[in-house]
Design a protein around this ligand. Structure first.
Ligand SMILES: [Zn+2]
Length: 433
């Protein structure tokens, strides 16, 4: 496939370039160069100056759906209902240009089931990495989020909890190094697990080849997570008070996932008054930490951490509102997201050899990031080189108009590729283990 007449943001740190073409072969990016003569035997899509980004990555998603509440007297809900809403959310995330999600905690085994369903072509959705259950100490959160945690105490049981997630099919391990500010009974300030427990968790995960994401709020647990080698620090909002720890993260290449949207969510939602007050305070702390981490050279990845999980672009806009340049925020949603997931050898940039997960935006998100929340502007999403979603699919008139553009430029027809793409293809959401 030949994508031509494109504005390309390649996420290598270079400025966006106009008049480019991308050659895709076998689901990979074969070349990215100035648009020239159409190679023989390719399907062509003329992007008419639209912007191509690497497929967007949400490094902190909670992939679950809240079931509807039936009216009194309505038929009770069937047990399998929620899974359909999870599928709808995944389909919508892909539609919004997010080609990869890292699920950092959801209920039961619905995410693992959805991942399998996508592998067999039941519906199109993003590449999905999951932690299985979150490993936590015995703590109030386990009661608040029934089915999301694996509570474990003592280094040996923590080690077993890691092995259980691997057995379940997890792609990485998530640990609660502190309590959560969404649980009134939890105080995030003391570390929730001890040093020996976190050390055992990191050792077991790394020994088996899995990365570790650490929920980290209070500085005691955050310090343990950083010093004991967690690969990503989730939230970490008080780190502005510990520049020494930010320097250690930068030196070790540990990625910070700031999750601003979560503070907005709790500050404005139906939460208890103390949690609302705390969320407002935490937003100010997280904002200071974002700037301090950026200044210290800590890699920063986008993590939405709110619902609906398909609306992750709102986090990108907030990263900009809180001081990142749009270019930096787009890197957080692409190259650094891939780095957070340990997939930067395959994802996150538009470079030869990378997987052709691409998001085509009508307009320029570098000057107007708000476009990324607008369904109508997400023109085309490609997954492993196959067009799978986007506004161009939403009405046949748009497809016909694009076909005419291609015909006008005497290019090989691409309509077969577009019309085939509505059908899910097995294998397109394979998740590297
Ligand atoms: Zn979260």
């Amino acid at each position: 496939m030949w994508l031509t007449n494109a504005r390309v943001f390649d996420a290598t740190g270079a400025a966006a370039r106009d008049g480019r073409a991308i050659l895709i072969e076998d689901g990979l990016i074969a070349a990215e160069d100035q648009a020239g003569a159409v190679p023989d035997g390719v399907d062509v899509i003329d992007l008419a100056g639209r912007t191509v980004l690497p497929g967007l990555i949400d490094a902190h998603a909670h992939v679950f759906a809240t079931p509807p509440t039936p009216d009194d007297g309505a038929e009770p809900l069937w047990p399998g209902l929620t899974a359909h809403f999870v599928a709808t959310g995944l389909r919508e995330a892909l539609r919004m240009g997010f080609t990869t999600l890292r699920d950092v905690g959801s209920y039961g085994d619905e995410v693992i089931t959805a991942r399998q369903a996508m592998r067999y072509g039941a519906f199109p959705g993003p590449r999905l990495l999951t932690c299985g259950r979150i490993v936590s100490a015995t703590a109030p959160g386990g009661r608040f989020f029934d089915g999301m945690y694996r509570e474990a105490d003592g280094p040996d049981e923590v080690r077993k909890a890691v092995r259980e997630q691997v057995r379940r099919g997890a792609d990485f391990v998530k640990v609660m190094s502190t309590g959560a500010r969404s649980v009134e009974l939890e105080d995030p300030h003391p570390a929730q697990l001890t040093g020996p427990e976190i050390a055992a968790l990191v050792d077991e995960a790394h020994r088996l080849g899995y990365r570790v994401a650490a929920h980290a709020e209070g500085l005691a647990g955050t310090e343990l997570a950083i010093r004991l080698g967690a690969d990503t620090i989730e939230h970490g909002m008080y780190l502005n008070q510990r520049p020494d720890l930010l320097d250690e993260m930068a030196a070790a290449g540990q990625v910070l996932v700031p999750t601003l949207s979560c503070y907005y969510g709790v500050a404005s939602g139906q939460w208890t008054a103390p949690l609302v007050r705390l969320a407002r305070h935490n937003l100010a702390e997280a904002s200071r930490t974002l700037l301090a981490a950026r200044a210290a050279g800590v890699p920063i990845a986008l993590g939405h951490d709110w619902q609906p999980f398909s609306d992750a672009a709102v986090e990108l806009i907030r990263l900009v509102e809180h001081g990142m340049t749009t270019h930096e925020a787009l890197l957080a949603a692409t190259a650094t997201g891939a780095r957070a997931l340990g997939l930067d050898d395959r994802l996150g940039t538009i470079q030869s050899g990378k997987v052709a997960d691409l998001t085509v935006v009508d307009g320029d998100p570098l000057t107007d990031p708000v476009l990324l929340r607008d369904r109508a502007q997400i023109w085309l999403v490609l997954q492993r080189g196959a067009p799978v979603a986007g506004a161009v699919f939403d009405n046949s008139a748009a497809i016909a108009a694009n076909a005419r553009t291609a015909a006008d430029s005497r290019s090989v027809t691409h309509t077969s590729a577009l019309s085939n793409a509505g059908r899910p293809r097995s294998g397109t959401t394979e998740t590297p283990g």
